[in-house]
Design a protein around this ligand. Structure first.
Ligand SMILES: C[C@@H](O)[C@H](NC(=O)OP(=O)(O)OC[C@H]1O[C@@H](n2cnc3c(N)ncnc32)[C@H](O)[C@@H]1O)C(=O)O
Ligand SMILES: [Fe+2]
Length: 527
C-alpha cells in the first residue's frame, strides 16, 4: 500500500455574491467552470433580481459542471461578503448539494478567494494584493495567519464608483469597460484626489466627475487617472510598509489596462514584481471558490450545516488562514535609521544634523497630477509641521523649504513600529491628542511616522496632513493608526487602550473622536 492514497476527489465551488452565478470543479487543477452572468436590463445590479436570476439558472450552471457526482468530496460556496438575496440563493443550493452528495460543506470568504485564485494563477507566494472590484477596494497582505487589510475604501468600491458615473451618463452597465474605452481619447483635467494614509475614498471624485461639463472622454480619462493613481499610491505605501516585493492585482477592475500599466510602472520603479491573473480568474468566478474550498478542506476546515448561515459583511481579515504557515511580514529598514532611504513618496537623506526630504516624481501617474501632488504636499507639510510645533506637538524643526524639498532637524530616536510598548503608544496618544486639539489631521498616522525620543513621541511626515476641526478627519486619523497597529502587533487591545489613555489625557474632544473612529471602522467595511 502506498503511504498516501491517491486522491482524485474534486471540490465543487459555487459563486454568486453579485452579478455572476458560476460553478467550478477543482481537483489537482481546474477541471470545469461554467458561468451565467446576470445583466441588468437597465441601471445597476438590483439585489432581488440578481438572486432571481441565480435561482433560475442554478440547475443549468450546476449540472454543466457536475458530470461525475461520485467524485465530489466537498461543496464550497461563497458565504460572504455580498448581496443578501444572492448569497441566500447560493447557500441554499450548496447546502442541498452537500446533503444530497453526502459530502462536507466549506464556507469560503469571497475576498480571500479572489486573493487565493490570484496567487494560484500567477505563482506569487507572498504579495501585497490590490483587490479592486465592484463592491470592494482593499490593499491586503498576509501576516501571522491572516490577510490584513492595510487600507481600503472608506466609502464605495472602485468598480461601483465607475459604474455609478457611467449610469449618470446613460452608459451601459458595467461601466468600467466603457469608461476604459472612452478614456483612450481623453485629456487630463483636475479632480479631487482623496488618500488618507492607506485608505481612500471615491465619492467626492465621482460627484466632481458627474458635475463636470468637460468632454466625456476627458472626464473618463481623468476619472481613471485620478482613481487609479490613488489605488497605486496606497498599494505602494503598503508595499513599502510591509517589506514585501510582489504586487498582485485581483477583482473585476483588474481587467483595466491602464490600472495594470500604472501598477507595473510603480513596481518597476521599486524593484518589485507585478502580476495579474488572466481574465477568467479576475472577476467573480466559481473557480476561485472551488480552489479556495479545496485548500481549506485539505487543512480540515469544514462548515457544519447548522453554522452555514450567509455572512453579508464577512471581512477578509476575519478568516483564519490555516493553509499558510509562514510568519509573514519582514520589516524593511525604515527611512529614519541613517543614510539615504527611499520611502513610498520621498527620498530621505539622514545627515548628522539635518534630514533632507525630497519628493520624487511618480512615473505611473499623469505628469500634471504628479507635479500638483508634489508641490501641494511639500508646502502643506512644512506649514502644518510648524503649526503643530507651535501647539506643543513634538515635531522636527524646519530649516529650509523649496518646491519639492524640506530640510529639517534630525530626530534621533527609535521608530515607533520597532518599540511598540504600552508606554510608547501612550506617548503617541498624547502627541496625537495635542495635534487634534490644534485642529490638525495628520493623514498618515502609521507607526513608521513616529519617533520616540527623550520620553516624547515625535510626529514626522506631515505630507498628507490638513487643517480641520471636523470630527470625521480625527476619526479617520485614529482609524488609520489603529489599523496599522492591529496589522503589525500581537497585543493590539492592550496597545489601543494605552493610546486612548494618552489621547484622552490631553485632548478634550477625545471621546467624540474615538466614537467616530468606531463608526468609521463599521462603515468603511462593506458597502
Ligand atoms: C462581493 C462581490 O460580489 C464583488 N464582486 C464584484 O464586484 O465583481 P467583480 O467581477 O470582482 O468586479 C466587477 C466590477 O469590475 C468592473 N470592471 C470590469 N472590467 C473593467 C475594466 N476594463 N475597467 C474598469 N472596471 C472594470 C465593473 O465595472 C464592475 O464594477 C466584490 O468582489 O466586491
Ligand atoms: Fe468579487
Amino acid at each position: 500500500m502506498p503511504d498516501v492514497m491517491p486522491d482524485d476527489g474534486l471540490v465543487l465551488g459555487l459563486e454568486g455574491t453579485a452579478w455572476n452565478l458560476s460553478a467550478a470543479l477543482f481537483g489537482e487543477d481546474l477541471v470545469a467552470l461554467h458561468s451565467s452572468p446576470y445583466v441588468p436590463p437597465k441601471g445597476g445590479i438590483h439585489p432581488r433580481e440578481a438572486a432571481q436570476h441565480h435561482a433560475s439558472v442554478m440547475k443549468e450552471v450546476v449540472s454543466r459542471v457536475l458530470t461525475e457526482p461520485e467524485r465530489i468530496k466537498a461543496v464550497a460556496f461563497s458565504q460572504g461578503p455580498g448581496l443578501g438575496p444572492s448569497l441566500r440563493t447560493v447557500a441554499t443550493a450548496a447546502r442541498a448539494l452537500s446533503i444530497a452528495l453526502d459530502v462536507p460543506l466549506v464556507g469560503v470568504n469571497h475576498c480571500v478567494a479572489h486573493v487565493e485564485i490570484g496567487r494560484w494563477a500567477t505563482g506569487f507566494s507572498d504579495p501585497i494584493v490590490l483587490y479592486a472590484s465592484g463592491a470592494n477596494t482593499q490593499v491586503l497582505g498576509y501576516l501571522n495567519g491572516r490577510y490584513r487589510i492595510f487600507g481600503e475604501t472608506l466609502d464605495i468600491g472602485l468598480g461601483n464608483a465607475l459604474d455609478k458615473f457611467a449610469r449618470s451618463h446613460d452608459l451601459p452597465h458595467p461601466g468600467g469597460p466603457v469608461i476604459e474605452t472612452l478614456a483612450r481619447q481623453g485629456n487630463y483635467i483636475e479632480f479631487p484626489y482623496t488618500v488618507k494614509g492607506m485608505d481612500l475614498a471615491f465619492s467626492g471624485l465621482v460627484s466632481a466627475a458627474q458635475e463636470s461639463s468637460a468632454p466625456l472622454e476627458d472626464v473618463c480619462f481623468s476619472l481613471q487617472e485620478t482613481a487609479f493613481a490613488m489605488c497605486v499610491e496606497v498599494t505602494e505605501r503598503a508595499l513599502a510598509h510591509a517589506g514585501k516585493n510582489e504586487v498582485l492585482l485581483v477583482g473585476g477592475v483588474g481587467a483595466n489596462g491602464r490600472l495594470q500599466e500604472m501598477l507595473q510602472v510603480m513596481c518597476e520603479d521599486r524593484g518589485a514584481s507585478f502580476a495579474v491573473p488572466e481574465r477568467t480568474y479576475l472577476g467573480d468566478n466559481g473557480a476561485m471558490i472551488a480552489y479556495t474550498g479545496k485548500i481549506m478542506l485539505e487543512h480540515g476546515v469544514v462548515l457544519p450545516l447548522e453554522e452555514s448561515q450567509i455572512r453579508p459583511g464577512y471581512r477578509a481579515d476575519e478568516v483564519e488562514v490555516v493553509w499558510r504557515t509562514e510568519p509573514g511580514e519582514v520589516f524593511p529598514i525604515g527611512p529614519h535609521e541613517g543614510g539615504v532611504a527611499r520611502g513610498a513618496e520621498a527620498v530621505v537623506e539622514i545627515g548628522e544634523e539635518n534630514v533632507v526630504k525630497r519628493r520624487i516624481g511618480k512615473r505611473y501617474r499623469n505628469p500634471a497630477l504628479d507635479r500638483r501632488l508634489i508641490v501641494e504636499r511639500t508646502r502643506a507639510e512644512a506649514r502644518l509641521m510648524a503649526t503643530a510645533r507651535r501647539a506643543g506637538v513634538p515635531t522636527p524643526v524646519i530649516r529650509d523649504i523649496t518646491a519639492d524639498t524640506i530640510v529639517m532637524e534630525r530626530v534621533e530616536g527609535e521608530v515607533l513600529k520597532y518599540v511598540t510598548t504600552p508606554e510608547t503608544i501612550r506617548l503617541a496618544g498624547e502627541a496625537v491628542g495635542r495635534l487634534h486639539g490644534a485642529g490638525i489631521i495628520h493623514g498618515d498616522l502609521t507607526t513608521s511616522n513616529m519617533i520616540v525620543r527623550d520620553g516624547q513621541c515625535v510626529l514626522i511626515d506631515f505630507g498628507l496632513a490638513s487643517t480641520s476641526s471636523e470630527i470625521e478627519g480625527r476619526g479617520v486619523d485614529l482609524h488609520v493608526f489603529f489599523q496599522t497597529l492591529e496589522s503589525t502587533t500581537e497585543n493590539f487591545e492592550e496597545l489601543k487602550e494605552a493610546f486612548m489613555r494618552g489621547y484622552a489625557s490631553v485632548f478634550p474632544g477625545a471621546d467624540e473622536a474615538l466614537a467616530r473612529e468606531h463608526e468609521v471602522e463599521l462603515r468603511g467595511r462593506y458597502l
